[in-house]
Design a protein around this ligand. Structure first.
Ligand SMILES: Cc1cc2nc3c(=O)[nH]c(=O)nc-3n(C[C@H](O)[C@H](O)[C@H](O)COP(=O)(O)OP(=O)(O)OC[C@H]3O[C@@H](n4cnc5c(N)ncnc54)[C@H](O)[C@@H]3O)c2cc1C
Length: 342
């Protein structure tokens, strides 16, 4: 059987061939495959759900290790429950289970594609929650020290869409992630205004776990942020740019502003993109358009079918320079770029 193209492994459905492809069902097989490639001096690309990857049209000249399989172990803890999740476990299946079991703290992260092992890498977050709030430890294989290590939540150095794993790309293979949950029927306090409005509660109030999951899934579907093969608006890597942090005196008039402990403010990349003249669906009216902004959300760059990574990156550069020219703010890509640059 021919090696699969990365386009078959990524939610953008983009990326050329892999020189070599290995599917691994569990942590032992993952470590064995990566160690073999390391000893042969061969580059490795670890792929989970492929939902945060932009891979060059030329593909990857090395071994793609594709982690599948999963598993969840549950133990009682002093104040609730400790749940250890294998890296290959699909994230949203785990969230669905957490909601049913009454494990509080990941319900607002419903509908995010990909694997659980990738969630600590960029400290996955949405609708006022991030995994940093419930991760108590992460066990990794360290490719430099050639051994396994366990980091506490604090040692993971989580910040907005960042962690020690993202800071040191490729070094750590996440093998499993342990979460500490309170048990309950109600969610963690709802921290996101749009979600609170949808649920009919005030920010800071709780709501039934299942209601929060349903509300988040509804909001996400409306923005093309739940995978749907029939909907090109979801042929994306999610948000293409992170929300920028700027000095308060450089915040554009009317832009959303979330004050940070260091005195700066976080603003909305989607707002900046829209107000720089790139509306929903930007690019679709061009002749033979194969890439565009999502028609439901300006922050997602999408493959309309038959696109190339080169075209997607051209669109990303166009948006980034438009925002820079209009507001003097530099947008930074959120997905991991493989074999290509922005
Ligand atoms: C429609 C859509 C909506 C999204 N919404 C959100 C959102 O709301 N919030 C959010 O934060 N993200 C969101 N994302 C981005 C993405 O889903 C997350 O970043 C997700 O955690 C990526 O998981 P994955 O398994 O697909 O990782 P992949 O895309 O396969 O890999 C991403 C990176 O992580 C590395 N990696 C993967 N697994 C491991 C592992 N076990 N150990 C070490 N490194 C690993 C890879 O090598 C790569 O560098 C969205 C994406 C899409 C397509």
């Amino acid at each position: 059987m021919p090696e699969p193209a990365l386009a078959d492994l990524t939610t953008l459905r983009l990326g050329g061939p892999a020189r070599r492809y290995v599917a691994v069902p569990d942590a032992d097989a993952l470590v064995a495959a990566v160690t073999e490639a390391d000893q042969a001096g061969e580059p490795v690309l670890l792929v989970g759900g492929g939902s945060n990857l932009v891979v060059a049209d030329e593909g990857f000249d090395g071994t793609v290790v594709h982690l599948t399989g999963g598993g969840v172990r549950v133990a009682d803890a002093a104040t609730g429950v400790a749940v250890t999740v294998a890296a290959g476990e699909p994230w949203d299946a785990f969230v669905a289970r957490a909601v049913v079991e009454g494990w509080v703290g990941v319900e607002a992260l419903s509908g995010i594609p990909g694997t659980t092992g990738a969630t600590p890498v960029q400290n996955v977050g949405a609708y006022g929650q991030e995994v940093a709030q419930t991760i108590t430890s992460v066990t990794v294989w360290d490719r430099v020290l050639r051994g396994s290590r366990t980091f506490t939540g604090e040692e993971c150095r989580f910040s907005y869409r960042h962690s020690r794993f993202k800071a040191d790309p490729g070094r750590h293979l996440v093998l499993d992630v342990t979460f500490g949950f309170e048990r309950g029927a109600l969610s963690a306090p709802v921290a996101y205004a749009e979600l609170a409005r949808t649920l009919g509660v005030a920010v800071g109030e709780r709501a039934p776990l299942a209601d929060v999951r349903d509300a988040v899934l509804g909001l996400r579907r409306g923005k093309g942020m739940v995978l749907d093969a029939a909907d090109h608006d979801t042929w994306s890597a999610g948000s293409f740019f992170t929300n920028p942090f700027v000095d308060a005196d450089r915040l554009p008039d009317g832009a959303p502003s979330y004050p940070q402990p260091d005195g700066r403010v976080k603003t909305s990349a989607a707002w900046l993109i829209e107000h720089a003249g790139f509306g929903k669906g930007f690019g679709l009216d061009r002749d033979g358009a194969r890439v565009s902004l999502s028609t439901k959300h300006t922050l997602a760059l999408t493959n309309r079918g038959g696109a190339t990574t080169a075209a997607l990156l051209d669109l990303a550069r166009e948006v980034r320079s438009g925002v820079r020219e209009r507001f003097g703010i530099e947008l930074v890509n959120e997905p991991v770029l493989v074999g290509c640059t922005l």
